[in-house]
Design a binder for this molecule. Structure first.
Ligand code: IMP
Length: 201
């Protein structure tokens, strides 16, 4: 049987890598916006992860008349009242390197101790199809802000996001470890189950 093509409406290489790691072994071919260079940038003006995920996928569905998937995700820090949250990519500037963003967060949190260093990642994955209502899967992963950056894997805020049950930051995990517990890993598994169910009916 031919692979089913999944178009992920994103140019974020860290995200796309994780979609590929999880979906390609299951027989899917993952495409992304690099495969659709004439797709204009979509303004993410929603106030929730869910809204932004639908906006990004729907824009691709509307332009090309195809099924599309998108991921809107971010890091919410308890001590910052949930910020950067939906603004995670834009926090301190879209093109600012993450080692700088991470150092600023650690500095701002230098007097915050123990339980108060709580945070969570959220991932909302939307699937949109022509003439159908969007479907969204949303998952979180509860963590805390590490005392110092550690690890080279993953992307973005991963070096400062410490996952207590494994005793390491997201950037110290192997790809399989991260995918097994992460917000995105869980949401991709929800999506996969839904896709399988749709194919059977
Ligand atoms: P979006 O492309 O607007 O959804 O922005 C997502 C942003 O959230 C990323 O650019 C990262 O800053 C952050 N983020 C989401 N998921 C992860 C993750 O798994 N690791 C590290 N950073 C993440």
């Amino acid at each position: 049987m031919e692979n089913k093509v999944i178009v992920v409406a994103s140019t974020n290489s860290g995200k796309i890598r994780e979609f590929r790691q999880m979906l390609e072994p299951e027989g899917y071919t993952v495409k992304c916006l690099a495969d659709y260079p004439d797709m204009p940038e979509t303004e993410e003006n929603g106030t929730t992860f869910r809204e932004n995920a639908v906006i990004k996928a729907q824009a691709v569905t509307d332009r090309y008349g195809i099924e599309a998937i998108s991921d809107d995700s971010g890091l919410s820090i308890d001590a910052f009242n949930g910020e950067p949250g939906v603004h995670s990519a834009r926090f301190l500037g879209h093109d600012t390197p993450y080692d700088y963003k991470n150092r600023v967060i650690l500095e701002k949190m230098k007097d915050v101790k123990g339980e108060d260093r709580g945070c969570h990642y959220t991932c909302a994955i939307a699937i949109t199809r022509p003439g159908r209502e969007p479907v969204v899967f949303e998952e979180i992963c509860r963590c805390r802000i590490a005392d110092e950056p550690k690890g080279e894997n993953g992307f973005g805020y991963d070096p400062i996001v410490y996952y207590e049950p494994l005793g390491k930051t997201m950037a110290e995990m192997s790809k399989d470890e991260k995918n097994s517990i992460s917000h995105r890993g869980k949401a991709i598994r929800d999506l996969e189950q839904w896709l399988q169910h749709e194919e059977e009916h």
